[in-house]
Ligand binder design. Structure first.
Ligand SMILES: NC(=O)c1ccc[n+]([C@@H]2O[C@H](COP(=O)([O-])OP(=O)(O)OC[C@H]3O[C@@H](n4cnc5c(N)ncnc54)[C@H](O)[C@@H]3O)[C@@H](O)[C@H]2O)c1
Length: 324
């Protein structure tokens, strides 16, 4: 009987690494094809999954069409907590397990969020760029202590951001339809409605999953509620912000700036409306990109693939009841 095959599309997992060796030692043929590998070769995801039994997946689009061309596929182990790039409904209809890696990258993402808040508050990237260009402009910023941080989505990452921000002396307010009451009481966090949060915050940070109810939650109306001195931080998913409305608000001076680690289309298109705005800091979806987080999430995704292909359904499978 031919060996089962696992396709790895996560760009930071490479041939010969720990995950590769783990999958091989579990008895699988392993092939690596990330968007970096296929940029020149022209191979499509649909072709690549056509003979795969399992996938360790990055943020590639596993659409219904792609999944429909994978007759042997049983499991997608997604190296990350978000799984909006996978059509879970289609996967469920086909009996495939979708297993992200919740929780294992929260610390890295929360630390990065504070880094983005500090970068906006003190204009660190702009100063670095100015000095590189032989300038010496001593720009002034603002302290975090005493400023109000509004957290939209007080889940695993949002809660860590809250405790870190409190360590900086920030006042933290939060909006989440499923608030952890014990947590907010313990940390003296005020629960508020979204509109109130937007009106009160000096920094608004979004820690939401992208779905039909959160898409463009930051649109022209909600952006208009923010203070003109406030910054919007997004380390979750680009689709939660209407980028055109954000660019308009910043150009009009209705918002001080933004720090974004994720954008609606990645990599950022050359003609993006967000280009050319000095006070919009954009990084390449690296919130979880630490050695520690990648190790944990690579191992967890690969373990899920091995488990499902051995007949064991991991408890964190998002569509457990549909797996065949
Ligand atoms: N940039 C990166 O590299 C990176 C890395 C990891 C995770 N993420 C993203 O971070 C996001 C949050 O991850 P998490 O692990 O904290 O998730 P989580 O599920 O623990 O928390 C999400 C929270 O959002 C709340 N929520 C849902 N709808 C809401 C709404 N309309 N308004 C306010 N709150 C709402 C939920 O109740 C939940 O508490 C996800 O989108 C994930 O994809 C990004």
């Amino acid at each position: 009987m031919p060996r089962q095959r696992v396709l790895v599309t996560t760009a930071w997992l490479r041939p010969g690494d720990e995950v590769h060796r783990f999958l091989e030692s579990a008895g699988f043929d392993v092939i690596h094809r990330s968007f970096v590998d296929t940029a020149d070769s022209g191979e499509t995801l649909a072709e690549l999954v056509s003979d795969a039994d399992g996938v360790v997946a990055g943020t590639d689009p596993f659409t219904a069409e792609v999944l429909g061309s994978a007759p042997r596929l049983k499991v997608i182990g997604r190296t990350g907590s978000g799984f909006d790039n996978i059509d879970v409904h289609a996967a469920s209809e086909l009996g495939m397990a979708v297993c992200p890696t919740p929780g294992v990258n929260s610390q890295s993402v929360a630390e990065y969020t504070l880094g983005m808040i500090l970068s906006c508050a003190r204009r660190i990237p702009q100063s670095v760029a100015a000095v590189r260009a032989f300038g010496w402009d001593q720009v002034s910023g603002r302290e975090l202590a005493g400023a109000t941080l509004g957290i939209v989505g007080l889940g695993a990452i949002g809660r860590l951001v809250a405790t870190m921000a409190i360590g900086f002396g920030m006042r933290v307010i939060a909006h989440d339809p499923k608030l952890d009451e014990a947590f907010i009481a313990q940390h003296s966090i005020e629960a508020v409605e979204l509109d109130d949060l937007l009106g009160q915050s000096d920094f608004v940070t979004l820690h939401l999953f992208l779905n039909a109810s959160t898409r463009h939650i930051m649109d022209a109306r909600s952006l208009a509620l923010m203070k003109p001195t406030a910054f919007l931080i997004n380390i979750s998913r680009g689709g939660v912000i209407d980028e055109r409305a954000l660019a308009d608000a910043i150009r009009a001076g209705n918002l001080a700036g933004a720090g974004l680690d994720t954008v609606e289309e990645e990599p950022l298109p050359e003609d993006s409306v967000l280009r050319g705005l000095d006070n919009v800091l954009i990084t390449a979806h690296i919130g979880a990109a630490t050695v520690e987080s990648r190790q944990r999430s690579g191992r967890m995704a690969a373990q899920a693939v091995v488990d499902v292909l051995s007949g064991v359904i991991p408890s964190h499978t998002v569509n457990k009841e549909f797996v065949r």
